[in-house]
Design a protein around this ligand. Structure first.
Ligand SMILES: [Zn+2]
Length: 516
């Protein structure tokens, strides 16, 4: 308590305890003041999401983001570095332009998938074809030569592009039920049809490529208006694109009705060989217990159909802004405060699990990890991650959070250990108390998560600001806590399937050479 020397003795006699709590309140008040009055969230969001853009592992934009974060931290007087944990296939997304050119011209809403092999700038022009009704693998093989020189449509034709909420609001209950039944039957029939070919949704793609298809056209509807999920290509040489439901189903109907639609696809991209992959790590060194760590955690990478604004731009912004504020209002923490902006979470928590494997000395001395990774909403749930005593310390820390923020949060203790989903799982598996700050959805799963609509305009800055304050206060309280957190684990329940007791998750082995 260095600051006490400046406080008069008589005051100290009154009550050392109230001086301490008063001092704490000042930090907590300053956290809020800085977060509300000098927020940097919008400019950080703009620089990261608009200027740098999506952050797919192995892309130059991912590297640019790492370098940007390090520079930001340094500008705030926080030491930061990029720590290499592996290598990945290097790839850069170029221009995608998809047009229907016959029987009429229409520019289509779609994009090439990540790691797409790419076309020349001239692109590819060809007719479209859909999968026929398949009797068995022999008849499929007989049909297969028909794909030569064609774009093959590999997604089913959705019966509606309206989300279910919309049907629920406007349809007669009878017609809503009818639509759902039809869709269920058609989905089942589609899956079974593919199965009869001897392939599945994934393995059919190389078969089509080998048979001479000039491109694969997919449409992964995310069950909202205009929303598709955009993941990686599975072709070796020919382009793979995702076309939004509206345009995809139009093309499908045209093929079915014998209109013979033709499409022109330009999907440029660059293969960049092997590139190193990093985590960005920044620290504010502890003064009393520098060997103990409070960790702020959010993955930095994203899929690249949108700009990764809510997955996990917002988690990233929360942690960066909380770090900036803590450095300003709490520059000499008791324990070391560390932030991890992890690489390649999307391919299996690779950055964070590498960090856990590479830094056992840190992991053994973690006071707490706070991870955020499910969207822009204000935090509404925290569970004790299966640590028996978590109620004790977590509720002590949460009591310091202003009521306006805390009242929205439902806590569950002792909770259960995360087995995946996001980077807190990497720490929990190593026995370290790591918690997910779980957000209110704001239609995350259908509208933004891994979609072409995960963009800046979906950020709800008031909620993100509230998460900054929550995170900064939890970090501050965890850092100041008199005792080190207990790691005692709950006895897990029986597994109903095996009849055996469930086991605590074990650390996963990170993929350190990805996509090659
Ligand atoms: Zn995420």
């Amino acid at each position: 308590m260095k600051k006490l020397s400046s406080i008069s003795f008589s005051f100290l006699v009154f009550s050392a305890l109230s001086v301490f709590s008063q001092e704490k309140n000042i930090v907590i008040e300053n956290i809020q003041k800085e977060a509300y009055e000098n927020s940097q969230l919008k400019i950080l969001g703009h620089e990261l999401l608009d200027d740098i853009g999506p952050r797919l592992v192995g892309t130059p934009q991912m590297q640019q983001a790492h370098d940007w974060a390090v520079a930001k931290y340094k500008s705030w007087g926080i030491s930061a570095e990029n720590q290499q944990w592996g290598e990945w296939k290097g790839w850069e997304r170029g221009i995608t332009h998809i047009d229907m050119i016959y029987p009429r011209v229409q520019t289509l809403d779609g994009t090439q998938l990540a790691w797409n092999p790419g076309t020349s700038s001239k692109g590819v022009t060809a007719e479209l074809i859909v999968l026929p009704e398949i009797k068995d693998s022999i008849s499929f093989q007989q049909w297969l030569p028909n794909v030569k020189g064609k774009f093959v449509m590999i997604a089913m034709k959705q019966p509606t592009g309206r989300p279910d909420e919309n049907w629920k609001e406007f349809a007669t209950p009878k017609s809503f039920e009818k639509m759902k039944k039809e869709r269920e039957d058609e989905t089942k029939a589609w899956d079974e049809n593919i199965k009869r070919s001897g392939f599945d949704r994934r393995s059919i793609i190389p078969a089509l490529e080998e048979a001479g298809a000039v491109g694969i056209v997919d449409s992964y509807w995310s069950k909202g208006f205009g929303v598709n999920k955009v993941f990686g290509a599975r072709t070796k040489k020919i382009p793979s694109v995702d076309i939004e439901l509206e345009d995809y189903t139009m093309l499908y109907r045209m093929v079915e009705h014998g209109d013979k639609p033709k499409m022109h696809v330009v999907a440029e991209s660059k293969n960049l060989g092997r590139v190193p992959t990093f985590n960005t790590i920044a620290t504010i060194k502890g003064t009393e217990k520098p060997e103990e760590y409070v960790i702020l955690s959010a993955h930095f990478d994203s899929w690249d159909g949108g700009t990764g604004a809510t997955d996990n731009g917002t988690g990233t912004l929360v942690m960066m802004e909380a770090m900036r504020i803590l450095k300003k209002v709490y520059p000499n923490p008791k324990r070391t405060i560390l932030v991890g902006h992890w690489g390649s979470e999307e391919q299996g928590l690779n950055g964070s699990s590498s960090f856990v494997a590479d830094h056992p000395e840190i992991v053994a001395n973690i006071q707490a990890v706070f991870n955020q990774d499910n969207g822009t909403g204000r935090v509404e749930k925290i569970n004790g991650a299966g640590f028996l005593q978590s109620y004790d310390y977590m509720s002590r820390w949460l009591r310091a959070v202003p009521d306006t923020i805390r009242k929205n949060i439902e806590t569950t203790f002792p909770g259960w250990p995360a087995r995946g989903g996001s980077d807190n799982a990497s720490f929990v598996a190593a026995g370290a108390p790591a918690f997910s700050l779980s957000s209110l959805s704001w239609n995350y799963w259908n509208y933004t998560w891994h979609t072409n609509r995960d963009t800046y305009d979906k950020i709800v800055f008031d909620d993100v600001k509230s998460n900054v304050i929550l995170t900064a206060i939890l970090v501050y309280m965890a850092s100041e806590d008199d005792s080190k957190t207990s790691r005692e684990q709950v006895i897990l329940p029986m597994d109903e399937k095996t009849g055996k007791r469930q086991k605590w998750p074990t650390p996963r082995v990170p993929e350190r050479k990805g996509g090659m």
